[in-house]
Design a protein around this ligand. Structure first.
Ligand code: NAD
Length: 654
């Protein structure tokens, strides 16, 4: 079964996760059957889908009507009928092994021979579930996050017998849903994301249980000093203290006394009104920024890093996969491996060793791979290597970047990817700084064409990172970041590859590029006016030049979005094409630029950019100057000779 063979998807369970997964699959165009054990449960799930689709439609995030998506969803309580025609089955029934094995046994009997059988379990063994079937190679874990409609990450988990074909099809299926998959190459308890999360909630619970810290201290420190989206106790209250308790119990790990006590007292968090905080009579998670100054955050992070090292060392996931997992699955502000490299792996190891000695507790026992990294001198960013490799960022030439990826091919294509999919590639001051640094330090002679694109499937870039800019003084903000000018002035053609949202600062970056190619589903706009602002980064001025006054003012004044068709019609993009033709179209543009004369293109870009702002006379003078300059180049001799000989020219840029 390959991903293109998949048409019918069956979801078992219409609960929290099941209805969300069914919704996501239907939105991606699959025919979906959703099954639960009772008619009213399926109906509730279906109503939840309808409600959610209506919300998406209100926010303009649905490509079709609610009815069109709903028309692709069938519901039933009959298992045999539900799976008889299924190409891909996703089980999202309650988290009990006996129940899941029963379901997989039935699937083996009733689902087509080539169907892929996936489980959305968060903590149970895929390998064991697969033993209930005669086709364990077709069983795979597919761990969505809650709520599936909003969360981008899906872990694709290998059971011991899962074939590469099955895992690859599941991975591509996740991509076809517009989500970001990561492989979990071994069936380890907690997979990748929950393995790293374990100490985030667990270690503060031990610290508080031992009387070494207060709840508010831990939460304030992790949020306000270390940038996590929620405090560990606040998070436990949200997910349910019993949930974490059972996961630990199931995995045979000791349970912190404070957690045990809360479960005994049936104070399970928000759902019971009280947990670590009081949500009924109190103010909920009421910690203040200054509460956490004394808390030992390294103790918690060192344990998370130790878990990450175990995952990488055991070949469960790569550092990049771990980092993507925690950023997209948990909203961590940066990857845990990346953060470890910044802290210094030697400092992390010291911390673990000290705590191990002091407490004698094995949860601090340093993992072999972490020790190996430190002993081989790979202690992190400062040493040039740790979990990740770091380029020479101190001297000339581009370094290693945190928020973008780039690749320069031998034939001169510099591909740049904005890598903040968890924030829809929002342009923070740091990311703009990296763009500026990359294009300012790369050797332009080695480059013939640049492309910019956004990571993930949702956005080129959905705007400026408001959080990052909110701390700026107004006078700082008035210094327009040089990144847009650097892109605009870069000596080679720059192409924006737009797939998804291209809004605000994202649109400004695209406008600083020379050419723009978009998928049909992309959306464009300058929403700044809604914040009481105006587009920065050259947005008002470049829009004016690209679109003319009438259209530019419509975008800026009304602040609403236009679709790709209109953008093409208005000349905002060069092409708007279906997703299936996107890469080919970009390749055609890129090929023409790569094969073109580098100096000719450089001069063309320069005179066209500068000429646009000059009077016609001055612009014509620039053009003839450029023309004269080119006449003496090898490329012109080669171009004219090739034309005469009726062959393709080979430009050298001389
Ligand atoms: P839930 O209790 O909301 O829904 C489970 C549904 O499955 C119920 O409606 C139940 O009636 C139905 N069900 C029971 N037996 C069934 C059967 N034989 N066939 C079809 N349906 C059956 O649970 P949930 O939160 O949606 O969790 C489902 C699975 O997803 C679990 O394995 C859980 O670990 C996993 N998961 C949950 C979350 C989360 O945050 N809730 C996140 C990721 C994964």
């Amino acid at each position: 079964m390959t991903v293109s063979d998949i048409q019918s998807v069956t979801v078992l369970g219409a609960g929290n996760m099941g209805h969300g997964i069914a919704e996501v699959a239907a939105m991606a165009g699959y025919d979906v059957t959703m099954r639960d054990v009772e008619a009213d449960l399926v109906e509730d799930g279906y109503d939840d889908i309808e409600w959610s689709l209506e919300k998406l439609a209100e926010k303009d995030r649905l490509d079709e009507s609610v009815e069109e998506v709903l028309a692709r969803i069938d519901t039933t309580t009959d298992l045999e009928a539900a799976v008889a025609e299924a190409d891909f089955v996703i089980e999202a029934a309650p988290e009990r092994m006996d129940l899941k094995k029963g379901i997989f046994g039935d699937l083996d009997e009733f689902a087509p021979d080539d169907a892929i059988l996936a489980s959305n379990t968060s903590s149970l063994s895929i390998t064991e579930m697969a033993t209930a079937t005669s086709r364990p190679e077709q069983v795979v874990g597919m761990h969505f996050f809650n709520p599936p409609v909003r969360m981008d990450l899906v872990e694709v988990i290998y059971g011991e017998e899962t074939s590469d074909d099955t895992a690859e099809t599941a991975y591509e299926f996740v991509e076809s849903l517009g989500k970001t998959p990561i492989y979990v190459r071994k069936d380890v308890n907690g997979f990748v994301v929950n393995t790293v999360l374990g100490p985030f909630t667990g270690e503060p619970a031990w610290t508080v249980s031992n009387g070494e810290a207060e709840i508010r201290e831990a939460d304030a420190a992790m949020v306000h000093r270390r940038g996590y989206p929620m405090g560990p106790f606040e998070l436990a209250d949200l997910t349910g203290i019993d949930v974490g308790y059972h996961v630990r119990e199931e995995a045979g790990r000791p349970i912190p006394p404070i957690t045990e006590q809360k479960v005994e007292d049936d104070e399970l968090g928000r759902k019971t009104g009280t947990g670590f905080y009081d949500y009924e009579d109190g103010d909920g998670a009421d910690y203040e920024p200054g509460d956490g100054e004394e808390f030992d955050t390294l103790r918690v992070e060192a344990r998370m890093i130790n878990e990450a090292a175990r995952l990488v060392g055991d070949g469960v996931a790569t550092p990049d996969e771990v980092d993507t997992g925690v950023k997209l699955g948990l909203g961590f502000p940066e990857g845990i491996c990346r953060r470890a490299d910044k802290i210094g792996l030697d400092a992390v190891l010291d911390k673990l060793r000290t705590l191990h000695e002091e407490t004698g507790d094995d949860r601090f026992a340093p993992d072999d791979y972490l020790v190996e990294l430190v002993e081989s001198g790979k202690t992190g960013e400062d040493a040039g290597a740790g979990f990740h490799e770091y380029g020479d960022s101190g001297g000339d030439g581009p370094g290693d970047y945190r928020l973008l990826n780039y690749d320069l091919s031998d034939d001169g294509l510099l591909e740049v990817e904005l890598d903040r999919p968890e924030r829809m590639n929002a342009l923070s001051a740091d990311l703009l700084g990296e763009i500026d640094d990359l294009l300012s330090s790369v050797d332009a002679d080695e480059v013939r064409c640049v492309t910019f694109e956004g990571a993930g499937d949702r956005a080129f870039s959905a705007g400026a990172d408001i959080g990052g800019f909110a701390d700026l003084e107004p006078t700082d903000a008035m210094d327009v970041t040089p990144a847009f000018e650097t892109v605009n002035d870069f000596e080679r053609p720059v192409i924006a590859k737009i797939d998804g949202y291209c809004l605000g600062a994202g649109l400004e970056l695209a406008l600083a590029c020379d050419l723009r190619i978009a998928t049909e589903d992309s959306q464009f706009g300058s929403p700044e006016i809604g914040l009481g602002l105006i587009p920065g980064g050259g947005g008002t001025q470049r829009l004016l030049r690209v679109l003319g006054e009438t259209r530019a003012k419509e975008l800026v004044f009304r602040g609403n979005r236009i679709d790709a068709d209109r953008a093409e019609d208005w000349g905002l993009v060069n092409r708007a094409v279906p997703e299936s033709e996107f890469e080919d179209t970009v390749s055609e543009f890129v090929a023409d630029v790569l094969e073109g004369p580098p100096v000719g293109l450089k001069v063309a870009k320069k005179v066209m950019n500068e000429g646009a702002d000059a009077s016609l006379d001055a612009a014509l003078a620039m053009e003839s100057q450029g023309f004269g300059l080119l006449m003496s180049t090898d490329d012109v001799r080669e171009g004219t000779a090739a034309f005469r000989d009726d062959r393709d020219p080979e430009f050298t840029g001389e």
